[in-house]
Design a protein around this ligand. Structure first.
Ligand SMILES: *Cc1c(COP(=O)(O)O)cnc(C)c1O
Length: 404
């Protein structure tokens, strides 16, 4: 029995959740399965030499479960093409290899995710790529750090981790464009539900889908989404004879091969479907907890972009549709911060973020221990919360007893 593959439905004009649930995920042509099956397969029968069915040849190059995720991610970010990887750092490594050559220079956040900074400094550094760390909330500092003709990448993270710094994506896009550099935005903290960097002028978005997109602390993954028409830096010839950024990323994804496996792609796609409702709840819970912490006598400072006193509040309010689920706060001493982390029962003491369950951590001794003594060092009385989607009253009561 054969059926012709139906033409995929065009979801371009649908709303965010409709696209997250349906784009790239038409019912399986062979069986009608309502969600894309896990194609746990490495190779595909050819109908005569070179007679590929649907273009599938070998699962490093393409796999139907991964294709579904890649199309759904591209749709969620409003981009031309999506690419799914084994981790966020694998995605970052791939886009940097596609865009940079020895002797090039990049401008990076002075409070970048620690793993990203390690990649810039200790992997790309020895291959001859220099970087300048800059406070990305300072547009003049970014312009000053650009080395004309040499700066090929401007790397943005907003909000940042763990200090939740905010930078103006549209303004930085103008600076990067004038310099002929590719603007990469790490959209892991905001997610495409709350922030759409490609619509603000970014060339490519990177994700650790391990965090909010996966959303259930059960899979490690990464993604790139390339904007329609995005180009390699001026003067760089792509490996496939075009200057398109997506073509170069596609080549490198296959050539280096750090792809997402079918089961990981399936889990991530399952997470993406509920991203909108989860982010609504993460954001409303976090806003209420931020207000609770502001009023608590054991807390000396609350860092949350939704608070008017946050330095980036205005920019965040303009470029995000909500302020997300991450909060950091200071307690006045390292001992008190460690004590709070030890006493919560609903908030689990663990690294990572973005899952349905609330997490608490001490960045100084956990996620950011490796950057102690560097410019990325964080205050030692800082506590970071990844606010989950449990009942607000239970979360507030838990923090209340831990701070008492
Ligand atoms: C976790 C994280 C990464 C790295 O992603 P992995 O999936 O752990 O490789 C990159 N950027 C940000 C902002 C992150 O939180």
């Amino acid at each position: 029995m054969t059926t012709d593959t139906p033409t995929p439905h065009d979801w371009t004009d649908a709303g965010f959740s409709t696209r997250a649930i349906h784009a790239g995920q038409d019912p399986d042509a062979a069986t009608g399965a309502v969600v894309p099956p896990i194609y746990q397969v490495s190779t595909y029968k050819q109908d005569g030499v070179g007679g590929l069915r649907g273009g599938y040849e070998y699962s490093r190059s393409a796999n139907p479960t991964r294709t579904a995720l890649e199309q759904a991610l591209a749709s969620a970010e409003g981009g031309a093409r999506g690419f799914a990887f084994a981790s966020g750092l694998a995605a970052e490594d791939t886009v940097l290899r596609a865009v940079l050559r020895p002797g090039d220079h990049m401008v990076v956040p002075d409070d970048a995710y620690g793993g990203s900074y390690r990649l810039f400094a200790r992997v790309f550094g020895p291959w001859g790529v220099e970087h300048t760390p800059v406070d990305l909330s300072d547009l003049d500092a970014i312009s000053a750090a650009i080395e004309p003709g040499r700066t090929k990448v401007v790397w943005v993270e907003t909000p940042t981790n763990p200090l939740l710094g905010i930078s103006d994506i549209a303004a930085i896009a103008a600076i990067a464009r004038a310099a002929g550099a590719v603007l990469v935005v790490d959209n892991t903290f905001a997610t495409p539900y709350l922030q759409q960097p490609l619509s603000l002028g970014a060339d490519v978005v990177v994700h650790s889908t391990t965090k909010y997109i996966g959303g259930h602390s059960d899979v490690v993954g990464g993604a790139l989404v390339v904007a329609e028409g995005a180009q390699l830096p001026v003067g760089l010839d792509g490996p496939t004879g075009t200057t398109g950024l997506a073509d170069a990323v596609a080549f490198h994804q296959n050539a280096s091969g750090a792809v997402a496996g079918p089961f990981d792609a399936w889990l991530t796609l399952r997470g993406l479907k509920t991203l909108a409702v989860r982010m609504e709840r993460h954001s409303s819970n976090a806003a209420a907890i931020a207000r609770f912490l502001v009023g608590h006598s054991a807390v000396t400072q609350v860092i949350y972009p939704g608070l008017e006193e946050h330095a980036g509040h205005e920019v965040a309010a303009r470029q995000m549709s909500g302020f997300g689920g991450m909060i950091s706060f200071r307690t006045g001493s390292r001992a008190k911060a460690l004590d709070v982390c030890a006493r919560t029962r609903v908030f689990t003491l663990a690294e990572s973020l973005g899952g349905v369950e609330s997490l608490i951590e001490h960045p100084g001794q956990m996620t950011h221990a490796s950057v102690a003594g560097s410019m990325l060092e964080v205050p030692d009385d800082l506590v970071r919360l990844s606010v989950g989607i449990e009942d607000l009253a239970d979360l507030v009561a838990d923090l209340g007893q831990a701070l008492a």
